[in-house]
Design a protein around this ligand. Sequence first.
Ligand code: GBE
Length: 512
Amino acid sequence: MASSKMALKLCLIFCIISTSTSYSYEDTQTSLFIAQARQCFPKHFLFGVATASYQTEGAWNTSGKSESIWDRYTHKFPDRVFDHNNGDTADDSYHLFRKDVKLMKDIGVQFYRFSVSWTRLLPSGFSNIVNPAGVRFYTELIDELHKFDIQPLVTMYHWDLPQTLQELGGWTNPLIADYFVDYARMLFKTFGHKVKSWITFNEPLTFCREGYGGDDAPGGRSSGLETYMCGHNVLRAHGMVYRMFEKEFKNNTGATVGISLDLAWMEPATTSVEDRNAAETARQFVFGWFANPIFSKKGDYPKVMRQRIDEISHRQHFPRSRLPKFTKEEIEFIKGSADFLGLNHYTTYLASKSSVRPNMEPSFDADMGVALTQKPDWPKTNSTWLKVVPWGFRKTLNWVKNTFDNPIVVITENGVSTEPGLRDTKRVKYIDSYLRSLLAAMKDGCNVLGYTHWSLLDNFEWMRGYSERFGLYEVDYTSPNKTRSPRLSATFYSKIVRSKCIPAQKKLIFKP
Ligand code: GBE
């Protein structure tokens, strides 16, 4: 006991005076004392919160908004969504946005990341007819944000494609890149004087792999085929938008454009060379797929994707690779087409070489050839895929730094699901530990400018309906006005946002 008391005293002194290092003391016999010092972000570091249109707005057919692929899909296949629910009303943020901005002001965030709904702005999907009610809604939201000095960070596409464009093949149709450019031009023209940061796409990995190659809307279930057509056209569309932006808007608006890609950390399951290679292959398939064409010096798809998919396609008797090829011009205009990299990070997997050999069936997972698992003793959350592994965040950021020549990074999503209720100590711990890991990465030299917590509010969690809650604020879906109540984490996050420091954590655990 004596030594742990000592540690406690020492720590109280250190923890108060130190702002940058963490200390932990251990007395293996009777008790365990862990303390983490107050740690601070640079003064210019920015904090925000995020949501997305289909997950929060509701008002799915109000004032001229047309049907998106998520409207169609949840209405047509309610059984596929865990709680048979949909985003028809969601958080009703379409009507309650002023309340939401007030909540952001209460937290004290410097920016708000939200997405605009293509079908609310361009009901036919095409830019010839603009819906004035849609323009009015986003103008009012952006003005309300500016009123409270909250900068808008606008995502152009967070998965809610116009159903009209899906009927033409959606992201598998090469022409969609032109229509996306038209949509983006309309956004720059309409909101360019009020919005200084844009994100073209949120997580193309997710909507190409699980939308066109799996069970998310539009329910393509064509893994390994439509998956890559989607990715190819998304990359072309992104590059085309960036070049159009450079030519027509960049100088007049001083704005920046990036893309948000998700990367779960892929840790080799063992120290074997095979597993280390498997982990790198997985990183390249889930992240390099989109990051390499945009952020690497040479551009184009990662070598390992090209090799594996070409070879497996050939064995499956395809006359050409299922992974399309870029033209030289495409490689050139996609390369370097981002002012920053938006990074969404939530969790970690263990990677090992898959023992399953690819058969004749095209499949993204078989092309990757990596088995992904998670350690049973990693802390669980309310999402099966999300285990709490804070050190994975630091590794992710260092890998990005080393692989893509230390790009400017904005964390555009990070968060966790918890049980309903306001006492979300698990979310508080998650934020504390992930932010400490982020700070460690910044000390390693990673160039991170800001952090966005997902999410401001509980919202429609796609195929999991309303069963998984990611909000700093709880939403009571049974109440007519979708009452929002702050969780413990809202207060905790607010403290960090306002001070730019993670407060000291002290805890004393007695072992028997
Ligand atoms: C983000 O994706 C999304 O951008 C955001 O819209 C969403 O609300 C947030 O995550 C929270 O989920 O069968 O359960 O393993 C896993 C994060 C599906 C990356 C979940 C798809 C994580 C990719 C299916 N994953 N997501 S399963």
